[in-house]
Ligand binder design. Structure first.
Ligand SMILES: [Zn+2]
Length: 40
């Protein structure tokens, strides 16, 4: 897993990047796709 902002290597389940200090969110593309589909 890498920080999306500075590309630093992160430990699994890290909530904050130790390098740039920004909050790191896990990508869940499947859930987003499903919620969009349910709108139609
Ligand atoms: Zn970072």
């Amino acid at each position: 897993m890498k920080c999306r902002y500075c590309n630093a290597e992160l430990k699994e389940h890290s909530k904050f990047c130790p390098k740039c200090g920004r909050a790191v969110e896990e990508d869940k593309p499947g859930e987003k796709a499903l919620s969009l589909e349910s709108l139609y």
